[in-house]
Design a protein. Structure first.
Lengths: 471, 342, 307
């Protein structure tokens, strides 16, 4: 295999792609050789997913050249990419819940029903199939098995090049390790894998080479060996920011013990002024528990929610900022007069809030859909705090936000806790939870356990999987 | 406004092409259409505006439901339910003072429309049955009910024709001198203004809009009982349609018969959509479609073109409005995705 | 033969005759709903098919009418597909508008072609084709196995639809599209093309349903003659849980309920005929109330693929 290892099977050179005025990629280069895992690292919006989609024929580059096994190609569609032996594992599951495992695999294999040639990682495919029964409806599978099915599907057509877009986002730490091991086996058998991630840790565990993107430009490309978290982080972000990747939970505020208990989370009493982080693997009941509190079950005082899905559950994109501000506050005495709503008053209050929160918008009558994601989240936060809640629930509040917007959200949550609000934050990113929270609660299979103060990341990770529960 | 004009142009254009293709002289036919609708004060008041009244009332009703994203495709049926109830009360109030008689008839019609949509609402809330299908199916039931009423319990005393006795004089609306236009037009305009105020100034209006544009956000972030708001809007919608049937009986026909409505309930969908569900706009589009319906009669008289042909124009207008909205949304979406690449 | 046998035979024959167009329209609608498209325009497609079959049959015999009807259904569904799938406009309103326009257009064409009063057309229709042997069975023979050729074709389409949906790759692709257009697209399925084709096939079957109505049931064309059968077909799809076998049962239920009318008349019961007119719609409402919730609609039904 040593001879093949230097020979690129996939080459993207000088790729540029713009969405309107925004340049997602500016002359990016990326090569992938057989036998290697090549990580694509970058913050949200750095362009790494865009690059991967171009490699899979989902997007057409504005300029640049794509070579697959030394031949220049124009990938017009995913089908064209698959025909060239390229498979992709998407960020979100693409298997269809109502269909069975074998139907899903048959779908991805295409009309002929047979792989084009022998799968490069056929041993891996067999191994992946453990636990997957062909006649099971996919919606009944666990998250880890569904993820596994995604890889089986990507390899089903005999792909030798595997593109993975943040495949670990939905997995628990030990499941991630298993996934990375499988990817390693695949490349050892002669496959080539591109792994998009924004987690530095995964790069060091899994990758041979790494390409770092910032604002659509490659800032580093080369071997992982010799790099440190600091150097890669600098390439990603451009400057050093405080990272608490291995950090433990923060000390609780001094007044905590005397503050009143305002609600319980799975039986654990929570007090006013606490910033409580919820750590859990997807699908363990954490969302249901949070929504229970959001509906006011067992809570003292008012509850405000910052829902994860901003543009579906949080805001009505076609309505103005003012109207979105009034959503949920349409009985607020400041503008409600019996059944009437005094829009002039609501508008002037919104203007104040736009100022306070630094929302970049064309005035209070601007439709929310014209705002950027970060500014939309500011509207949601402003509204949540506007009702002076006793409890603030934030579900993955930095999803899709860049570093600055995320920092603003964190600042607001801390500030709210300092004024005596109980803040509950759930994030699938364990590092975010650990960096922010006074206390960390772990949800596993619907049961809630508190992580002791000063616990490190590994222990919380084990608790998320239900290991060492009785310790 | 621009959208509306383009849609209207598309509708008339398709109509003209269709007429030419079927061997009619489109200039003659469309001229006849124009004369039938606007040719004289009498044509405008007694043909166009008389037809505009039910279209405005039905259009307002359709708009209330559509605002929440609930589709009442059964306005036709609710109109008939209202007309049956109006006739039934109307023939019995001979001894009543006029104002009271009209009031009683209208109330009965409104309640009947409300009850006619209550079943679809119940089915939707209780069993999750798509209101589109249930309201549609009930249109046919309502038409059969009219047929039954005018050959059975409500048939004229003479028992000759399948129609009811005319309602009592006391239950008839005053007419504008020198025309067949009745005071129902004032009711229609008044209710449009009321609805406009409710839509723009009240919590109820805001909630309708929120539920229609973002049901998930309305539920999760707005704490709005989405199902209840939708159900309420559908009931309002039925009430408007029922009232419209009552107004038609007291103001225009005085008797109940089959095919009382030339598909007003469906045309009202076009009326509401073309006005983008805006109550004041509905007054204008209602008059516009009233003109189309009136002109169609003129076209049939003068040029021998079947009046049903205008339904093709109406359908084209609906589709053109949909397309224009889609294009506008897509243009907006392009600017958004440009700012926020995935 | 005793009276009872005559009544029963007549009832069964009527039930089959009435079920057939419903079955065809529902099978077509099932296909496009399985692909995620709800088409209220099939009422219009069916009506267009009915008129086209009358025109075609008058000119070139029943089979010419049949093919013209399918073509008309495809054209009507094609307009719907262009607006609701191509431009991604709202499917419900587009479908309603298509039906509205079809009513107007068929009415105008009919009156223009056959005069304002619309005299009863006398058309060459499909004659009953008794199946040798089977048609000799008492009661069942004359009712089930002595039907027009088009009726046999209609019923033969059901197993074909089943095989397509559950045994062919394109059927799988179609179901995947209806469950999740995004996921199907990621698997390389040409989602839009699948939806458009399913809608066109749905339109062809609705047109065919219109042809059966005219050429194998009523024998003539009348304005608005479909009288909501297309909408009832949509209810049948729900009641039949989006499955060919379920749809056969549901269509038979409707046909049977409608045929009771003739049985009652034959038995000399006097009930206002409007109650029979109302029966299928009332039954459809009842059926919907009972069926929805237990059955699972395709997850992407009515949603826009790219939205």
């Amino acid at each position: 295999m040593t001879g093949d290892q230097l020979k690129p099977v996939l080459e993207l050179s000088g790729i540029s792609k713009a969405f309107g005025p925004v340049h997602a990629l500016r002359g990016a280069d990326f090569t992938l050789a057989a036998g290697e895992v090549h990580a694509l690292l970058g913050e949200n919006g750095a362009g790494k997913s865009t690059l991967l989609r171009i490699a899979y024929g989902m997007l057409a580059p504005d300029s640049g050249v794509i070579r697959v096994r030394d031949r220049e190609r124009i990938l017009g569609s995913p089908r064209a990419a698959r025909a060239l032996g390229i498979g992709m594992v998407h960020q979100h599951f693409t298997s269809i819940g109502a269909l069975t495992v074998s139907e899903n695999i048959a779908l991805s294999m295409g009309r002929t029903g047979r792989p084009a040639d022998r799968p490069a990682g056929s041993d891996v495919s067999v191994k992946l199939m453990t636990g997957l029964l062909g006649t099971t409806r996919v919606e009944l599978l666990s998250v880890a098995l569904r993820q596994r099915l995604e890889i089986v599907k990507a390899l089903a057509t005999g792909a030798g090049i595997l593109l993975l877009d943040e495949p670990s986002a939905v997995l628990a730490p030990s499941e991630v390790a298993e996934l990375l091991a499988l990817i390693r086996e695949f490349v050892d058998a002669g496959g080539a894998a591109a792994l998009v991630t924004h987690k530095l840790r995964e790069v060091f565990v899994a990758a041979d080479r790494v390409t770092v993107l910032r604002h659509g430009v490659v800032t580093y490309s080369g071997a992982v060996g010799g790099q440190t978290e600091e150097t890669l982080a600098r390439a990603m972000i451009g400057q050093m920011v405080e990272r608490r990747a291995n950090g433990s939970t923060r000390a609780p505020p001094t007044s905590s013990e005397s503050a009143p208990v305002v609600t319980h989370f799975g039986g654990v009493p929570l007090r006013a002024g606490e910033l409580v982080g919820i750590a859990a693997v997807e699908g363990n009941g954490q969302r249901e528990l949070l929504r229970g509190i959001a509906l006011g079950e067992g809570a003292r005082g008012s509850v405000a929610l910052v829902p994860e899905d901003r543009t579906t559950e949080g805001l009505i994109p076609e309505l103005s900022i003012t109207e979105n501000m009034v959503l949920g506050l349409d009985r607020d005495p400041r503008w409600a007069r019996g059944h009437r709503i005094d829009w002039a008053r609501a508008r002037s209050r919104t203007t104040e809030l736009i100022d306070t929160f630094g929302i970049r918008a064309d005035g209070p009558d601007a439709a929310v859909e014209t705002l950027s994601g970060g500014n939309q989240q500011k509207v949601v936060l402003a509204r949540a705090l506007e009702c002076r809640p006793t409890i603030l629930i934030a579900e993955n509040p930095t999803r899709g936000l860049d570093i600055r917007a995320s920092a603003f959200v964190h600042e607001q949550l801390r500030a709210a806790a300092n004024t005596g609000v109980l803040v509950l934050i759930y994030s699938p990113d364990l590092d975010e939870v650990l960096a922010l929270a006074h206390r960390v609660l772990v949800v596993h299979a619907g049961r809630v356990l508190e992580a002791p103060h000063g616990t490190d990341r590994r222990v919380v990770g084990e608790m998320m999987l239900g290991v060492n529960r009785d310790r | 406004m621009f959208t509306a004009l383009v849609a209207l142009g598309a509708g008339v254009g398709v109509l003209a092409i269709g007429l030419a293709a079927s061997g009619y002289d489109p200039v003659l036919a469309l001229g006849a259409l124009g004369r039938g609708a606007f040719g004289s004060w009498y044509a405008f008041s007694s043909a166009t505006l008389v037809r505009a009244v039910p279209l405005i009332l039905l259009g307002l009703g359709v708009a209330v439901a559509f605002r929440t994203g609930a589709f009442n495709i059964g306005a036709e049926g609710q109109f008939y339910a209202g007309a049956i109830a109006a006739t039934w009360v109307g023939v019995h109030v001979t001894a009543w003072p006029s104002g009271l008689a009209v009031g009683a008839v209208w109330v009965a019609a409104t309640i009947a429309g409300l009850l006619w949509i209550a079943l679809p609402v119940l089915l939707k809330v209780r069993f999750g049955v798509l209101e589109v299908i249930s309201t549609l199916l009930l249109n046919f039931v309502a038409e059969a009910m009219v047929s039954y009423a005018v050959t059975g319990p409500l048939q004229e005393s003479a028992r000759v024709y399948p129609q009811s006795d005319p309602v009592a004089d006391a239950a008839r609306l005053p007419l504008l001198p020198g025309s067949r236009l009745h005071v129902g037009i004032l009711l229609a305009v008044f209710l449009a203004v009321v609805l406009w105020l409710l839509f723009t100034r009240t919590r109820w209006g805001f909630r309708l809009k929120a539920v229609g544009l973002g049901p998930e956000a309305a539920r999760v972030s707005g704490g709005i009982p989405v199902k209840r708001v939708m159900a309420g809007a559908l009931l309002w919608s039925g009430a408007f349609a029922g009232l419209s049937g009552g107004v038609e009986i007291t103001g225009v026909t005085y008797t109940l018969f089959q095919n009382l409505s030339p598909g007003y309930g469906f045309t009202a969908i076009a009326v509401a959509l073309l006005a983008r569900l805006h109550p004041i706009g509905i007054v204008l589009t209602g008059i516009l479609f009233g003109a189309l319906e009136a002109g169609a009669q003129g076209m049939q008289r003068e040029a021998g073109v079947p009046a049903v042909t205008v339904q093709v124009a109406e359908a084209t207008i609906i589709l053109a409005v949909l397309l224009a909205e889609v294009l506008a949304r897509r243009a907006a979406a392009r600017t958004i995705s440009a700012e926020d690449p995935a | 033969m005793t009276d009872e046998v005559v009544v029963l035979t007549g009832f069964l024959a009527a039930a089959i005759r009435i079920s057939t167009p419903l079955l065809l329209a529902a099978t077509g609608e099932m296909l496009n709903e399985r692909a995620g498209v709800i088409n209220l325009g099939i009422e219009g497609a069916m009506l267009a098919g009915a008129l086209a079959s009358a025109v075609g049959a008058a000119a070139g015999g029943p089979w010419a009418g049949t093919f013209l009807a399918m073509a008309a259904g495809v054209v009507v569904a094609g307009i719907f597909a262009a607006v609701a799938i191509g431009a991604r406009a709202d499917q419900i309103i587009s479908g309603t508008a298509i039906t509205l326009g079809s009513v107007g257009l068929t009415g105008a064409i009919y009156r223009t072609a056959f005069g304002p009063g619309g005299p009863g057309l006398s058309l060459p229709t499909f004659a009953a084709v008794p199946i040798p042997g089977l048609s000799a069975i008492p009661v069942l023979g004359p009712s089930l196995f002595s039907q027009p050729a088009l009726t046999y074709v209609a019923w033969a389409l059901v197993p074909v639809a089943w095989w397509f949906l559950f045994r062919s790759w394109w059927g799988l692709a179609l179901r995947a599209t209806g469950e999740s257009a995004v996921a199907a697209g990621a698997s390389g399925i040409p989602v839009t093309r699948v939806q458009v084709l399913a809608t066109l096939v749905g339109g062809a079957l609705a047109g065919l349903a219109g042809a059966t109505l005219v050429l194998a049931q009523v024998g003539t064309f009348a304005e608005k003659m479909t009288a909501g059968r297309g909408f009832i077909a949509i209810a049948i799809v729900v009641l039949g849980r989006w499955h060919p076998a379920g749809i056969v049962l549901a269509a038979l239920l409707f046909g049977g309920a409608n045929a009771l009318q003739f049985a009652f008349q034959a038995m000399g019961l006097s009930v206002p005929y409007q109650w029979f007119l109302v029966m299928p719609y009332a039954l459809a409402l009842l059926a919907l109330a009972g069926a929805v919730g237990k059955a699972r609609a395709p997850a992407g039904l009515g949603k826009q693929a790219g939205a």
